[in-house]
Design a binder for this molecule. Structure first.
Ligand code: GLA
Length: 374
């Protein structure tokens, strides 16, 4: 059975787009292990769009491009499985994939069987070229049902970008996660925009069908397919912390064969990952500090009674932000302390007169795991 915690892994799209091949996948898998990313929890290796030939074979089956994948996909799957990793692939619910390759529209059952025969564990399922006569919910239900009948446990990662009010119907399809936003690009504006997009849909993530805020740009530093101007270290830290606190799947998008020390340290931050992987999977809630949109405090109740509290500064100037213990569900009369530490710096925090506060530079965050001390 698929674990009911948001998946973690690496995906080819953000950096490599159509420039993918077997050697890139195998070497990236090796690096996932050698760098400690696998030990930190990243287990899925996902080949995104552009892996197939433009035409199906005479039996109507999808065919991996033999120039890119000379030994076929089962070979890749075996390589990953032998190393304790899981294998993800990509298809699309519409008439073609977003990059114009064959999709699974009307061929859901055939393709689900093909993916199962290759040893696929995860299917990212896109939404480009949806025919106007078809409804998104029907298309995702079809693929979910096909996967449920394919004889293999395959996680369905729906990727309809939040379109057509995805949050209203995705839970009924059987998908395990759903993309709530349009495509991320490697810039501060994109990170900020994707976080703002979460404000109204926080109740639609969590256990059952995780809200996927899109793949990570940490470590891209302006390189690769969606690499634009890149972000500062504080911005990448804030991006990663927000994805963890909000319980998004974590799919690395940089070239992990060439990571710098800062990238590796952000991506393997154990305190943040333990929040993202929290077994209770409770949904987060939002407090807008002083009602200001750009100063969100995201809070999430964790397994064992701890509280994750993340102070975020999306504004262009420094800010002092606070919440009260009362805001976090602790009545003054309880007479308890909140005590914890910050995920990136290890800096301690205690509630002072029932208040938790943080001084934040522009585009920075502080995330604390607080304990209720009786
Ligand atoms: C869409 C998806 C991306 C990526 C591309 C591939 O844009 O949202 O994540 O899969 O298609 O073409």
């Amino acid at each position: 059975m698929i674990k009911n915690i948001p998946p973690m892994g690496w995906n080819t799209w953000n950096t490599f787009a159509e420039n993918i091949n077997e050697s890139l996948i195998l070497r990236s898998a090796d690096e996932l292990i050698a760098s400690g990313l696998k030990a930190a929890g990243y287990e899925y290796v996902v080949i995104d769009d552009c892996w197939a030939l433009r035409e199906r074979d005479k039996d109507g089956r999808l065919v991996p491009d033999p120039e890119k994948f000379p030994h076929g996909m089962k070979y890749v799957a075996d390589y990953l499985h032998e190393r304790g990793l899981k294998f993800g692939m990509y298809s699309c619910a519409g008439l073609m994939t977003c990059a114009g390759y064959p999709s699974s529209f009307g061929r859901e059952f055939t393709d689900a069987e093909t993916f199962a025969s290759w040893g696929v564990d995860f299917l990212k399922y896109d939404y480009c070229f949806k025919p106007i006569f078809a409804e998104g919910k029907t298309l995702y239900r079809r693929m979910a049902l096909a996967l449920a009948n394919c004889g293999r446990d395959i996680l369905l990662s729906a990727c309809s970008w939040g379109a057509d009010n995805t949050h209203e119907w995705i839970g009924s399809t059987g998908a395990n996660m759903w993309r709530s936003t349009g495509d991320i690009v490697d810039s501060w504006e994109s990170v900020k925009e994707l976080i703002y997009r979460q404000y109204d849909i926080l109740p639609y993530g969590g256990v059952g069908c995780f809200n996927d805020m899109d793949m990570l740009i940490v470590g891209m530093n302006g390189r690769g397919h969606v690499g634009l101007k890149g972000c500062t270290e504080n911005e990448y830290k804030l991006h990663f912390a927000a994805w963890c606190l909000l319980g998004s799947p974590l799919m690395i998008g940089c070239d992990i064969r060439n990571m710098d020390a800062s990238t590796k340290s952000i991506l393997t931050n154990a305190d943040l990952i333990s929040i993202q992987q929290d077994p209770r999977g409770v949904r987060p809630f939002l407090i807008k500090f002083a009602g200001i949109e750009g100063l969100p405090v995201f809070v999430r109740y964790l397994f064992g009674g701890d509280i994750a509290v993340g102070f975020f500064n999306l504004l262009d100037e420094p800010a002092n932000v606070w919440v009260t213990a009362e805001d976090l569900g602790v009545p003054v009369q309880a007479g308890v302390m909140l005590e914890g530490k910050e995920a990136y710096t290890g800096e301690g925090m205690r509630s002072q007169n029932g208040v938790l506060s943080a001084a934040l530079p522009a585009h920075a965050c502080k995330v604390y795991r607080m304990k209720v001390v009786k």
